[in-house]
Write a protein that binds this ligand. Structure first.
Ligand SMILES: Cc1ncc(COP(=O)(O)O)c(C=O)c1O
Length: 462
């Protein structure tokens, strides 16, 4: 482990200047229209969780994704909580106050994702069982999901995320879910604007919608649908680092008016129709603010522009790093168009220098021609740019260490044996975490700044 100043004085990096202002991983990009709608809320005194900006964000996001209804909420995490609670109630009935709707039940969940995807399972008293990742898109592995149903046939709920804006193998996962009568919550927090060509578009377009062309994406192939269309309930996030931001905010997407109304009620403290505060259900203060909605409303027209900028960043890295023993984060070019939220790289196994990580620290030994995520992240940080390790898989997190984890070959826990070396189980998530990293992917990064980052990465391998 080097200190940051060591990198600046290391002859390997001679001639490279630190950035005078920080190059971020992914920061908000404002355009001016945001101010207009925030001012509008202030000027009209709709400084509340009611107002025209919220209504517009709901209308615009539902229309963009192709779901019939969107409910504006405080955060993507709040949207996930209510999506999972909604499914819990559908599957297992209403819970008493103080109890979750998933108590006594397991839920299958993406393993390589941000913890906000899976924590709401615990909020509802459920037990997440993590499904290993596949190398093709770095998302939930349908083969591991199939295995998981062999081990836990009673599971009825699956929570999937599209990591870094890359759609997962949706058709395969949906087929498995349908075969087991399971519901899907789709976390499209990172993938807003990404599309996936399903072999069965009618499966996702509800009655009366199948001839509405706005439900299909702008892509020339009419079966390309937006991520967020594939869950029984789906969510988006407008967190400050997302492709469209409101500083915070999220929406829950559904085709059911009853579900939309229920979530709206829960998010505003579950008030009943009475002259006084009357409550028959547990409530939450999860509604979106009309000020936050003003920022999102101003941002939404720039979604495609932001995606194009992110795609150009990915392409520049792909070309600039192609002579190194690394690969970019993969996607299924035939069936999906990511939103390119974060550009990542994966170092080839034989180009990894000796490298260990504890729960909070890492240590490596530099070797010529090799590198590791810590060296690259520390080097670019020394030059004032922000990268990030790959999201550490949930099954490796201390909080979830006793939870089930299923790989293609079956139970991913307790597979090792002191006497039989070959019994070590494959763990794709752990491998991508070990060899991968997220690169600075800010859409305000200039080509010159990006070239300097590419050069720093080359020098790491010298
Ligand atoms: C995959 C994923 N799900 C959920 C969330 C949570 O969204 P929010 O920050 O809006 O609560 C995030 C990130 O913030 C995320 O990356």
């Amino acid at each position: 482990m080097n200190t940051l100043t060591d990198y600046l004085s290391d002859p390997r990096f001679a001639g490279i200047e630190p950035f005078s202002s920080k190059v971020w991983l992914s920061s908000p990009t404002m355009h001016g229209d945001e101010k207009r709608w925030v001012d509008d809320a202030l000027d009209t005194n709709w400084v509340s969780t009611v107002g025209a900006n919220i209504n517009e964000v709901e209308r615009m996001t539902a229309e963009k994704i192709g779901k019939k209804y969107a409910v504006g909420l405080a955060t993507g995490t709040a949207a996930l909580h209510l999506a999972i609670r909604l499914c819990g109630e559908k599957l297992y009935g209403q819970a008493l106050a103080g109890h979750g709707t998933l108590e006594g039940h397991r839920v299958f969940a993406s393993d390589m994702t941000f913890d906000a995807t899976v924590n709401p399972i615990a909020y509802e008293g459920g037990e997440a069982v993590f499904i290993d990742t596949e190398y093709d898109t770095w998302n939930m592995d349908p083969l591991a999901l199939k295995k998981a149903f062999e081990i836990y046939p009673d599971v009825r709920l699956i929570v999937i995320a599209h990591l870094y804006g890359t759609p997962g193998k949706i058709d395969e996962i949906r087929r498995i879910a349908d075969a087991h009568n399971a519901l899907i919550v789709e976390d499209a927090a990172e993938s807003f604007g990404a599309t996936y060509k399903t072999a069965d578009p009618r499966r996702y377009l509800s009655a009366g919608q199948s001839d509405v062309s706005s439900s299909l994406s702008d892509a020339s192939d009419e079966s390309a649908l937006q991520t967020g269309m594939f869950g029984d309930v789906s969510i988006l996030s407008f967190n400050g680092n997302k492709v469209i931001t409101g500083s915070a905010g999220g929406v829950l997407l559904t085709d059911s008016i009853e579900d939309a109304n229920k979530v709206r009620k829960w998010s505003t403290q579950s008030r009943e129709d009475a002259p006084w505060y009357q409550h028959e259900e547990l409530g939450y203060n999860y509604r979106m603010s009309n000020i936050v909605a003003g920022v999102i409303r101003g941002q939404l027209p720039y979604l495609e522009q932001h995606i194009a900028q992110k795609k150009a960043i990915y392409e520049r890295y792909r070309i600039g790093l192609c002579d190194l023993p690394v690969q970019m984060n993969p996607f299924d070019a035939g069936r999906s168009e990511p939103n390119w939220w974060l550009s990542c790289l994966l170092i080839n196994e034989d180009a990894m220098c000796p490298f260990v990580r504890s729960e909070t620290e890492s240590l490596y030994i530099h070797e010529s021609g090799r590198s590791c995520p810590s060296e690259i992240l520390e080097a670019i940080a020394a030059f004032n740019a922000e990268g990030r390790p790959i999201w550490k898989p949930m099954h490796m997190q201390p909080i979830y260490r006793m939870h089930g984890f299923v790989t293609r070959s079956g139970n991913g826990r307790a597979g090792s044996n002191a006497y039989i070396q070959e019994m070590k189980t494959a763990d794709v998530g752990m491998d991508i975490f070990r060899r991968g990293l997220c690169l600075p992917s800010d859409n305000k990064m200039t080509p010159e700044q990006q070239d300097r980052i590419i050069e720093i990465i080359h020098r790491c391998f010298q």
